[in-house]
Design a protein around this ligand. Structure first.
Ligand code: ADP
Ligand code: MG
Length: 505
């Protein structure tokens, strides 16, 4: 496998009144496992179902009910770990995290605190071609989601919807390796891309399938390097605040920026940062305290007595590893090497699997660079304009491939190809048949081209003289002949004939 070389981006520096500051960020991303049923019950996970319709007796925590581990969910967590090049722990264990909340009927959440299923991994966060940051992943643990309390349906009452209760989540925890708001957003984007490639989470942030808790601290510029050189000496870093439940890249960036500036102002004013949980108010554009660490619950974690430790076999893990698809970094590097395209173009084409597959169908057996140009500029440009995804493209990869074949054979010029593209886009059909039926074929018959050239020259004797004196003016004739032939004359042949008739090289 080839890898693309990169250098690290510069950390974002905030100029305070007294000194320069850096922001340090670590993310805990909750990714909902793409599974039809829940982590410990057979209830459905369908989004948007009638409230409380996807609830089994286990999810409702009826007395005497016992959880049964959904093997598929565990497999997805392992798959995700392998996709993040992480250690897979053959022994892991479920713990109870005890707290009371109306939408948590059990009175505890089953999670993995002490022995998560996935250990250290990494995510390469691309900032621009050739610039990326390797962010370390600390762990991934599997846990249940809670239900949803609804407070805005009645002035007097709150409602509880347990459909989400018990759905499997993977909590993916990064090291504090992220050095700016844009990097944090790109981290989430890259993680989502990998999860989608793996198929382990749909990454739909609007539906809450992916949400991030963002930990932010600030320190004087230069301090972070000392932290990295140390053996995880967190006392070198500033106190962190955790911004809960962010579900948009834009808000993640805004919240970090706001939070960094807030912390810097407090410290420069002689104050200290309280470790607390905060919420981002998207309307006011500010973070607000939700609870401080002093008020933090003591969750009284203990091993869940209803579940045996999870012991998995290396051979099972190996089987999952063997079934992993080609992942974004590998695909991008391969596109750069195999098709000779830029890293930027390779990034666009590998943004999601559907784009990449479409491109490769077009490129196979054809010129890779031409295929990349057409897919990115014509097709994606057009799809974006109409707000379509690649799956909704009116032009299939086979049809676009046929258009490129017609250009390669010299049957149509690039200009006519664009017209043909429009016709296929609007009406569908087999490109070669359309060219035939509508007389769009390029004129390569030199006799016909010569006649057209003679006609233009006879009508413009002054231009003939001018072009003979100044050969660069021959281009004017090319333009005229293309016009009289409706763009169908082969430009190369036109050029040659004009130059021969003018007697210039
Ligand atoms: P908790 O659940 O108590 O928030 P976790 O260990 O699950 O603790 O997550 C802590 C997160 O905070 C990790 O992503 C970690 O990288 C990040 N983090 C820890 N210390 C700092 C710091 N000083 N500044 C920014 N992020 C930090
Ligand atoms: Mg946390």
């Amino acid at each position: 496998m080839t890898e693309l070389a990169y250098t690290e981006p510069k950390p974002k520096i905030y100029a305070g009144a007294k000194s320069d500051w850096e922001v340090v960020i670590g993310l805990e991303v909750h990714a909902q496992v793409a599974s039809k049923s829940k982590l410990f019950s057979g209830a459905s996970t369908t989004f948007g179902a009638e409230p409380n319709s996807n609830v089994s007796l286990v999810d409702a925590a009826m007395p005497g009910m016992l959880p049964v581990v959904n093997e598929f969910c565990i497999e997805q967590a392992v798959r995700t770990g392998l996709g993040l090049k992480a250690e897979i722990n053959l022994y892991s264990r479920f713990d109870r995290k005890n707290y009371f909340y109306p939408d948590l009927p059990q009175g505890y959440q089953i999670s993995q605190l002490y022995h998560p299923i996935v250990g250290e991994g990494e995510i390469l966060v691309d900032m621009e071609p050739g610039v990326a940051r390797l962010v370390r992943v600390e762990r991934i643990h599997v846990e249940q989601d809670a239900g949803k309390s609804v407070h805005d349906m009645d002035p007097e009452m709150s409602f509880v919807d347990l459909n989400r209760t018990g759905i499997a989540l993977m909590e993916i925890v990064s090291r504090p390796d992220i050095r700016g708001p844009e990097e944090a957003a790109e981290y989430v984007r890259k993680l989502r891309q990998i999860l989608r490639y793996l198929g382990t989470c749909d990454g739909n942030m609007q539906e809450g399938s992916m949400r991030a808790d963002v930990n932010v601290s600030v320190c004087k510029a230069g301090t972070y390097e000392k932290f990295r050189a140390s053996d995880n000496d967190f006392s070198l870093l500033g106190t962190r605040c955790e911004i809960k439940n962010m579900n948009s890249m834009r808000f993640i960036q805004q919240a970090i920026d706001y939070e960094a500036k807030r912390q810097i102002a407090i410290i420069e004013d002689g104050g200290t940062i309280d470790q607390e949980t905060r919420l981002y108010d998207t309307v006011k554009g500010e973070t607000r305290s939700m609870r401080s660490k002093e008020e933090a619950h003591d969750y009284r974690y203990f091993p869940c007595p209803d579940l045996l430790p999870l012991e998995i076999e290396q051979s099972w893990v190996d089987g999952i590893a063997a079934s992993l698809p080609e992942l974004p970094d590998e695909k991008k590097a391969r596109f750069v090497t195999d098709y000779g395209m830029t890293e930027y173009d390779a990034g666009v084409l590998t943004a999601d699997v559907a784009n990449a597959t479409y491109f490769e169908t077009v490129a196979t057996g054809r010129d890779g660079k031409t295929a990349a140009n057409w897919v990115i500029n014509e097709l994606f440009g057009r799809l974006n304009k109409e707000g379509h995804t690649i799956d909704e493209s009116p032009i299939s990869a086979m049809q676009l491939g046929s258009i490129l074949d017609l250009i390669a054979k010299g049957d149509i010029s690039g200009k006519i190809a664009k017209e043909l593209f429009e016709i296929v886009w609007a009406e569908g059909g087999e490109p070669a048949e359309i060219v035939e039926a509508r007389g769009m074929k390029q004129v390569t018959d030199t006799g016909a081209i010569e006649a057209a050239v003679d006609e233009v020259m006879a009508a413009n004797p002054d231009k003939v003289a001018a072009a003979q004196a100044k050969p660069s003016m021959a281009g004017w004739f090319v333009g005229q002949v293309m016009k009289t032939t409706g763009g169908k004359a082969n430009p190369k042949a036109v050029n040659e004939i004009i130059r021969a008739k003018l007697g210039i090289e």
